[in-house]
Ligand binder design. Structure first.
Ligand code: NAP
Length: 309
């Protein structure tokens, strides 16, 4: 039977550790703080940001939710970021994407002080990650590494294949795996004979954004499958295509009119050695790692070591 890598459980453990660290820091008069900037009314973004702010409260971090108007300009947003860069009680700045069209997202992300870049999107942090120096790494790929390590899945010497090369997931995931001494192959939409490469993977990370794209004939039996994909399906045809015979999913779909499928076809999990389910795999790690990054940023800015470091 393949091992299910329970992301919710791992995320809960990380959050407990963050809460403990927040308590320790409180003893030194420090309260890690996160500023979350939300523009516009993308329902998914609103849910993510509120849940980030709520998690701050649960773990004892300070948070400030800032909601500029929908018509905000790049210049106004830059002023806001600069103000957050100089506020001492703010250790992490999160700018929820996507931003409205009139705002230049790259200019903003580049304006965030790298020391407060808890999303790990600033080129300075990407460079530090690549150079193997201490860096704030993007939360989702950092969560992937936590899942592997905390599940005692060996990384060193393993062939890790990452499908997807986005700056947010694929590239940093590959870099983090390389830093853990995996042999890493990165694939993308121009890769020829993708299946021949993914079949070599001991650890396969799928970050593609296409429902059920990785199918059983594309993986080596016994491989560890990490599914980063989150794709909502809304038709009965798709339900049948991905979850044929799955009564529980059928019930979820009937209740909500939709369900989530990853980038790996669920049938593929049957031949895995271990896998992250969707939902409940990689997803829960993102917020947990954001909290961990914010606490880490609070320490790093003040040059405080982590307990045990
Ligand atoms: N769990 C979480 O918290 C979390 C966080 C972030 C993202 N996600 C999910 O992860 C997935 C990926 O997100 P992303 O932001 O990295 O997406 P993205 O920016 O759209 O990148 C997708 C990557 O997949 C590659 N790709 C597309 N079609 C392909 C094909 N046919 N064969 C091989 N590679 C292909 C693209 O290649 P090219 O570069 O050549 O175009 C690109 O590098 C999405 O489902 C997203 O919802 C989840």
């Amino acid at each position: 039977m393949p091992k299910i890598l329970d992301g919710a459980e791992i995320a809960a453990a990380i959050k407990r550790e963050v809460a403990e660290e927040v308590k320790r820091l409180a003893g030194q008069g420090i309260r890690p703080g996160l500023a979350a900037v939300l523009v516009g009314h993308v329902p998914a973004s609103e849910i993510y940001v509120r849940s980030k702010v709520q998690t701050c409260a649960e773990l004892g971090l300070y948070s400030d939710l800032i909601e500029p108007s929908d018509t905000v300009t790049t210049e106004e947003m830059l002023d806001l970021v600069n103000a957050l860069n100089s506020r001492d009680e703010i250790d992490g700045i999160l700018i929820q994407l996507p931003l409205p069209k009139q705002v230049e997202a790259k200019a903003l992300l580049d304006a965030v002080d790298p020391a407060k870049d808890v999303d790990g999107f600033h080129p300075v942090n990407a460079g530090r990650l690549q150079a193997g120096r201490p860096a704030l790494a993007p939360c989702t790929p950092a969560g992937v590494i936590e899942i592997l390590k905390r599940s005692n899945i060996a990384i060193a010497g393993q062939h890790a294949v990452v499908v997807g090369r986005s700056d947010i997931v694929g590239k940093p995931a590959a870099m983090l795996l390389l830093n853990e001494n995996a042999t890493v192959t990165i694939c993308h939409s121009k890769t020829r004979d993708l299946g021949a490469i993914t079949r070599q993977a001991d650890i396969l990370v799928a970050a593609i954004g296409r429902p059920g794209f990785i199918t059983p004939e594309m993986v080596k039996p016994g491989a560890t499958l990490i599914d980063v994909g989150i794709n909502r399906i809304t038709t009965l045809e798709d339900l049948e295509k991905y979850f044929s015979g799955d009564v529980k999913r059928g019930a979820t779909f009937a209740k909500r009119g939709s369900t989530i499928v990853g980038d790996i076809h669920p049938k593929t999990f049957e031949i895995a050695g271990a896998y992250t389910p969707v939902p409940g795999g990689v997803g829960p790690l993102t917020i947990a790692m954001l909290m961990a990054n914010t606490t880490r940023a609070a320490r790093m800015r003040r040059e405080l070591p982590r307990q045990g470091e």
